[in-house]
Ligand binder design. Structure first.
Ligand code: CP
Ligand code: NVA
Length: 302
């Protein structure tokens, strides 16, 4: 296991399985009132340059449940917001804290924090990737399907941070992956290069129903991510037809599950009907953020 969690590609299949096994154990313990303060006396700093509901609350609660504490550090209030370099922030915070979770725009900022600091760094979402979400998603898929063997994972929508991370995560654990996205909105070139090395385990096209055909998992995400609010109208047009709806579900395996990292925009990337029909899976997915991240915290900070 690496010292940091900067992106999913940092993890081997064995690392991911180890984290998911620990997450399952921590979930069981929490449900049964079994308390282990494995991070007693430890403090996690949580730097947020973007909004958050799930990431903030699940990390803060996770640290509390593990016997440690968490500090919410809005970039608006930190000196980062006034131009203090990330390199200096990293070196200062490393002297107070035992780990940092950061949500920001540029992946480079997260990498710099890891390079200049001396404590574990966890990526809580960048424009490039969202590794914590993927661990929760893989945990949820395994809960519902029992294993990853023989599964086809299909993502429909923007080639954004979620698409980038889904591709790497799903291929690493052995699922087939299909991606349906409009031309011009493809995933990051590095991720496509990674996927190419998996040969016919990976396919991508703008034919939504062909990509969804026989899929065991259908995942989607918003058409305009945080920071792209100004492009929302253009994107709404570009993504017409890239919606998870009845037609997509009819093309998928009849027992297909649906994942959405949330927040969701009903009647844009997913219909209200499909969302509500799969709400149990989607909210288990949200809950599993807590358990999967506690596993990450234990592995990196214990
Ligand atoms: N899925 C997710 O990361 O949610 P938040 O933006 O609410 O943290
Ligand atoms: N792609 C979305 C994910 C939110 C969890 C965003 O970056 O806003």
């Amino acid at each position: 296991m690496t010292k940091h969690l900067l992106k999913i590609a940092d993890l081997s299949k064995a690392d991911i399985i180890e984290l998911l096994n620990l997450a399952d154990q921590l979930k069981y313990e929490q449900k049964h009132g079994i308390v282990h303060h494995r991070l007693a006396g430890k403090t996690l700093g949580m730097i947020f340059q973007k909004s958050s509901t799930r990431t903030r609350v699940s990390f803060e609660t996770g640290m509390y449940q593990l016997g440690g504490s968490a500090q919410f550090l809005s970039s608006r209030d930190l000196q980062i917001g006034r131009g203090e370099p990330i390199q200096d922030t990293a070196r200062v915070l490393s002297r107070y804290l035992d780990g940092i979770m950061i949500r920001t725009y540029a992946q480079k900022e997260v990498e710099d924090l890891a390079e200049y600091g001396s404590i574990p760094i966890i990526n809580g979402l960048t424009d490039y990737c969202h590794p914590c979400q993927i661990l929760a998603d893989l945990m949820t898929i395994r809960e519902y399907k029992g294993s990853f063997d023989g599964l086809k994972f299909c993502y429909i929508g923007d080639g954004n941070n979620m698409a980038n991370s889904h591709i790497v995560g799903a291929l690493t654990v052995g699922m087939k992956v299909s991606i349906a996205c409009p031309k011009g909105y493809e995933p990051h070139p590095d991720v496509l290069k990674f996927a190419e090395s998996y040969g016919d385990m990976f396919e991508m096209s703008d034919d939504v129903l062909a990509m969804a055909a026989g899929a065991d998992v259908i995942a989607t995400d918003v058409w305009a991510s945080m920071g792209q609010e100004g492009e929302a109208d253009v994107r709404r047009k570009a993504f017409e037809g890239f919606q998870v709806n009845d037609a997509v579900m009819a093309a998928a395996n009849e027992k297909a599950m649906v994942l959405h990292c949330l927040p969701a925009h009903r009647e844009e990337e997913i219909t209200e009907k499909v969302f509500e029909a799969h709400a149990d899976e989607i909210f288990d997915e949200a809950e599993n953020r807590l358990h999967a991240q506690k596993a990450v915290l234990v592995k990196l900070m214990e």
